[in-house]
Design a protein around this ligand. Structure first.
Ligand code: FES
Length: 333
């Protein structure tokens, strides 16, 4: 259950390749609101193995009446990025009005932006907005190689010596603890990158003693530990056994099977889709950033939108009750 999405007809206008494995697609979108804030995302209808599905991507700054997304072709893709890579000018789909759950606060005296790989997509819009308004900002941007850094030259033009890039291939790495220590007391950090980077950042930020409300992040991708495998979910309360394909999330499979679920972000951040694990015959691949390491170790809950079992069957109960549409909400810590 989530707020109703406002779908709009969208047609591919332009395809660009801002990095060797990244495709940027600009869509002309009907009846689009005129502007959206940096950090906003859109949903797009895609086809995966002949089946309709929905994927969520950050929107990049673009002309009025258009939405632009940048998508990395990922080897572990469940099909969303592969679909976007097949698009050509003139192709049609539907997209939603952008929404924002990764907003700039506009209250800090200095902003540290950190991007890992394709995590540059929300950070790019933030850097542009902050620089345009004359705010104090620094961007650190890491990727596997220089060739895989989308929008790096535009960002260098925009930020000058306020951007630093790091290429893993060249043995470069950034010092996140040092970056956090250099922030003024009311400084804020905004990060987007893979799971491991976000986990490290959350731990370092907590150790620095800074308020967690001044660290904001968005995560993408898998945990890097397991490839996608199909598995089964047994829901005794509904007397159902649901098969989850390798190219499908557990949340999508449960919803398709007619099981009511509460969810929102679909990115492992809000915790709304968490299910109770009764029994698991296979290892669990936790890919959320909602639960702490200790909570994951307890193996009592998992986020159905991103986390998976590595084969086998898991037996679960869902948080949804017909007599109550409410859920226990907790902010990420
Ligand atoms: S829907 Fe937000 S964590 Fe799954």
């Amino acid at each position: 259950m989530r707020s109703k999405l406002e779908w709009r007809a969208a047609r591919v206008l332009v395809i660009e390749t801002p990095a060797e494995d990244v495709r940027a697609v600009t869509f002309a979108v009907e009846d689009l609101r005129s502007s959206f804030d940096p950090g906003s995302h859109t949903n797009i209808k895609v086809m995966i193995n002949g089946e309709p599905a929905i994927r969520t991507y950050t929107v990049l700054p673009s002309e009025p009446g258009t939405l632009k997304i940048a998508v990395k072709l990922h080897p572990n893709s469940r099909g969303g990025s592969a679909f976007v890579w097949t698009l050509k000018p003139g192709d049609e789909t539907e997209m939603t009005e952008p929404e924002n759950r990764f907003e700039l606060s506009w209250r800090a005296s200095h902003y540290l932006l950190v991007a890992g790989g394709i995590g540059i997509t929300p950070i790019y819009g933030m850097a542009k907005a902050l620089a345009t308004r004359g705010q104090s900002v620094r961007l650190i941007y890491g990727a596997r190689s220089i060739e895989q850094m989308a929008f790096a030259s535009e960002l260098r033009d925009l930020l000058g010596d306020r951007i630093e890039t790091f290429s893993q291939e060249d043995g470069q790495a950034f010092d996140l603890a040092g970056e956090f220590a250099a922030l003024p007391p009311d400084g804020e950090a905004y990060l987007c990158g893979p799971h491991g980077l976000l986990e490290t950042a959350r731990n370092l930020w907590r150790e620095s003693g800074r308020p967690m409300s001044r660290l904001r992040f968005e995560v993408f991708g898998d945990s890097g530990r397991f490839a996608e495998e199909s598995f089964q979910v047994h829901v005794p309360r509904r007397e159902k056994i649901v098969a989850v394909r390798a190219d499908q999330t557990m949340l999508d499979a449960l919803v398709e099977a007619g099981i009511d679920m509460i969810y929102d972000c679909r990115r492992g951040e809000c915790g709304l889709c968490a299910v109770n694990i009764i029994e698991a015959s296979a290892p669990l691949d936790h890919r959320d950033v909602f639960f702490s390491t200790e909570e994951r170790r307890e193996k009592a809950k998992m986020c159905a939108c991103v986390s998976r079992a590595v084969g086998g069957t898991i037996t679960i109960d869902t948080g949804y009750r017909e007599d109550s549409h409410s859920a226990t909400l907790r902010a990420p810590t």
